[in-house]
Design a binder for this molecule. Structure first.
Ligand code: FAD
Length: 263
């Protein structure tokens, strides 16, 4: 089975983010980047499904500028077979629906019965691209997936719900799954894998080649406008506790227990 995995490159979790002059986007210069966490789990899941079946192909796709090629290289080094980089400028600057349209066009062109996504991008965090993608492809979809195996006629999928409850369901193929972080242990990348990745093909289809008109994708196609973006307001609270040392200590212990709830 061919499995398409959508991976996004996001700023490193420890990166110091700064807003640009418009106050709607982060400044990208001098940032370090990594593959979105749940997308790495999606790649791992695809590789395990291919290994369990003993056949198949894992193709990773990312929409993003030149720098996003690194996310593809990392997935190829883990063991994915092929990459697709939607790097054409017309793809960039869109909202989640534009991204989903581009990914849906790739899924159709590739005729991939299974598309895996992460659950949520750690930067923009819309958590809607896979849902829109499933809708555009008119496919059944399961999100927050914590287990998946191929069974006769489709997939058996496990979802983790509140209070550690698990829901097990079966869906036919073709389908879309949103993979939750922690589903499996993600494999380490070996030096051999990194060397092998250099020889694996990475296609760069244009919107025209995917049958997409420029006004449906990227900046030209977006209908969602971000008005402002701001860091959380820092509310520093400082309270002086007055009294004798033993009174101060008692009050402090009481506050730590009742208000801060750290004792
Ligand atoms: C007005 C506006 C302008 C924007 N301009 C830019 C811009 O210039 N540059 C920019 O990088 N972003 C831009 N964005 C953000 C961009 O729209 C989102 O990154 C995108 O819509 C996906 O949403 P998300 O990142 O929250 O992903 P989610 O919906 O949270 O993603 C869930 C999953 O979908 C898949 N996925 C999401 N994005 C991609 C991707 N790019 N490639 C492959 N798989 C993916 C992954 O599997 C991911 O785990 C803009 C958004 C708006 C609203």
């Amino acid at each position: 089975m061919k499995i398409l995995v959508a991976i996004k490159q996001v700023p490193d979790k420890n990166a110091r983010l700064q807003l640009d002059e418009s106050g709607t986007r982060i400044v990208e210069t001098d940032l370090s980047w990594e593959t979105n966490e749940s997308d790495r789990y999606a790649v791992e899941t695809a590789l395990r499904l291919r290994e369990a079946a003993g056949e198949g192909e894992v193709v990773v796709v990312t929409l993003g500028p030149e720098r996003a090629r690194k996310a593809i290289s990392s997935a190829l080094a883990m063991g994915a077979d092929r990459g697709i980089h939607l790097v054409d400028p017309d793809f960039q600057g869109g909202d989640p629906l534009c991204v989903a349209r581009a990914l849906a066009a790739v899924a159709q062109a590739e005729e991939a019965p299974l598309v895996l996504c992460g659950t949520r991008a750690d930067d923009d965090g819309y958590a809607e691209t896979p849902i829109l993608l499933a809708g555009l492809l008119d496919r059944p979809a399961v999100f927050l997936t914590m287990g998946v195996e191929q069974v006769d006629g489709g997939l058996r999928v496990v979802r983790e719900l509140e209070a550690s409850r698990q829901e097990v369901s079966e869906i036919p193929l073709p389908a879309v799954l949103g993979i939750q972080s922690g589903i499996h242990e993600v494999r380490f990348t070996s030096l051999k894998g990194i060397m092998a990745a250099k020889k694996k093909p990475v296609g760069q289809p244009t919107p025209t080649e995917l049958g997409l008109s420029a006004d449906r994708i990227g900046k030209a196609g977006r209908r969602l406008e971000v008005l402002s973006l701001a860091p959380p307001e820092k509310k520093s609270q400082c309270e002086f506790i007055e009294g004798k040392p033993e009174e101060i200590a008692a009050t402090l212990v009481d506050k730590l227990r009742r208000e801060a709830k750290v004792l």
